[in-house]
Design a protein. Sequence first.
Length: 42
Amino acid sequence: MRRIALVALLALAACGADGPPVAPAAGVTVGGEARAGVVIGG
């Protein structure tokens, strides 16, 4: 269970969830949608 928690923490830190959002530089736009989930017993 500790291993799962560590992986989740590292994943969140890697995607920038460890701080407030930062506005992009002028003239740059980013759009899209992201989803993540876990399926157990599929």
